[in-house]
Ligand binder design. Structure first.
Ligand code: SF4
Length: 368
């Protein structure tokens, strides 16, 4: 049974009505339970849990230290190209946007890799838009082979692939896959993905699982907060992570909690996810899935990232540029979206030390 069919058992659940039925005792029970079920997770996401955030934070902190120690993994994104055939209403790389598109040559990539590796980072996340003609799997493979000279862990955030294609990338050294569903609600998914292959909801939804089957060491999922209803999106994200973690026990499953950020375009988020809701989702996830990785990116402000560091986060991006060639000084390219926290890797490390945590620049090495 795939995740879609598994999640259909909740089709009859009226989430709004259920949330309204949750009382204080349900929340307290969920906080104190050793093993939470899906409905406990929903109780922790509910408005009734608002006044228990401190208790949730205490428990989340204990569980995070128990499973991950006092560590924060650092990585940075590296954009290979910004060509894209899709029309996602919320993204600057949308094919309708007029700007000069870029794609790194292997020479450009070497410069970019050199600039990043000087910061000490050993983990990177390689990104492209979706264009099988401009950035075919063969090109991505060539890039990975080059990047392996500089980095010990390479994750990809690219268009969804078949299992065999993921395997090809695993074989040349990719060990992590990030793929956001963007929005679990199928109707909204149709509305915000106007044209292009990304319109295929099911192919995207099953991509995380195909990555697990292909042998990815880590798989990271997420919903783009603001596109759909907060409660149901947070709920289905947790269900999806639990599904993958239970079925693929050797895969390190992670969840990102990205909120929509300003970009070139007129799209307005359907909902605004507050700081408090973001934190509540993170705490609820930690209590529900103590072993899941939690990633908070530079979409969030430095102030918020500092405040939530000890509460459940396991990974953060640092020294970020969301443009092609941005690490080696390409000023002409366009950002995919604006970031909030512009701190360098060094500044992030300093902040993490000041919080009595340890920044981890390398925690994995693939010997081949
Ligand atoms: S979100 Fe990805 S697929 Fe959609 S327009 Fe942007 S780059 Fe293309």
């Amino acid at each position: 049974m795939d995740f879609y069919r598994m999640s259909q058992q909740y089709d009859e659940l009226n989430i709004e009505r259920y949330l309204n039925s949750i009382d204080d005792q349900d929340v307290i029970n969920a906080i104190n339970k050793q093993h939470l079920n899906e409905l406990d997770y929903l109780a922790l996401l509910s408005p009734s849990a608002d006044k228990y955030l401190e208790q949730m934070a205490k428990r989340a902190r204990e569980l995070t230290i128990q499973h991950f120690g006092r560590t924060i993994g650092l990585y940075t994104p590296l954009y290979l190209a910004d060509y894209c055939v899709n029309q996602c209403a919320y993204c600057s790389f949308n094919s309708q946007q007029q700007f000069k598109r870029n794609k790194l040559t292997l020479q450009d990539l070497e410069k970019e890799a050199g600039a990043i590796s000087k910061t000490g980072l050993k983990h990177i996340l390689v990104l492209t838009g979706e264009s099988r003609s401009k950035t075919p799997v063969s090109y991505i493979k060539e890039c990975i082979v080059l990047l392996k000279k500089y980095f010990s862990s390479i994750s990809i955030e690219i268009y969804p692939l078949d299992v065999e294609e993921y395997k090809e990338l695993v074989d040349v050294g990719v060990d992590g896959l990030t793929i956001y569903q963007e929005v679990y609600n199928e109707e909204i998914y149709r509305q915000v993905h106007l044209k292009g292959p990304k319109k295929d909801y099911h192919y995207r939804l099953n991509a995380a699982e195909r990555g697990c089957v292909a042998g990815m060491r880590s798989v990271n999922i997420g919903t783009l907060l603001g596109l759909g209803d907060f409660y149901s999106e947070a709920f289905y994200t947790g269900l999806h992570a639990n599904y993958l973690q239970t079925k693929y026990i050797d895969v390190e499953v992670g969840v990102s909690l990205p909120r929509l950020r300003p970009f070139k375009g007129a799209f307005q988020p359907r909902t605004t996810v507050s700081d408090q809701q973001l934190v509540q989702m993170m705490l609820a996830l930690r209590l529900y899935l103590p072993r899941v990785g939690i990633n908070i990116s530079t979409r969030e402000t430095a102030k918020l990232r500092d405040a939530i560091l000890p509460l459940g986060v396991t990974k953060m991006s640092a020294g970020v540029s969301t443009k092609v060639g941005g690490h080696s000084g390409n000023e002409e390219a366009s950002n995919q979206f604006d970031i909030s926290d512009e701190r360098s890797v060094e500044e992030m490390m300093e902040m993490i030390y000041q919080n009595n945590y340890q920044p981890v620049l390398k925690d994995w090495h693939l010997f081949r």
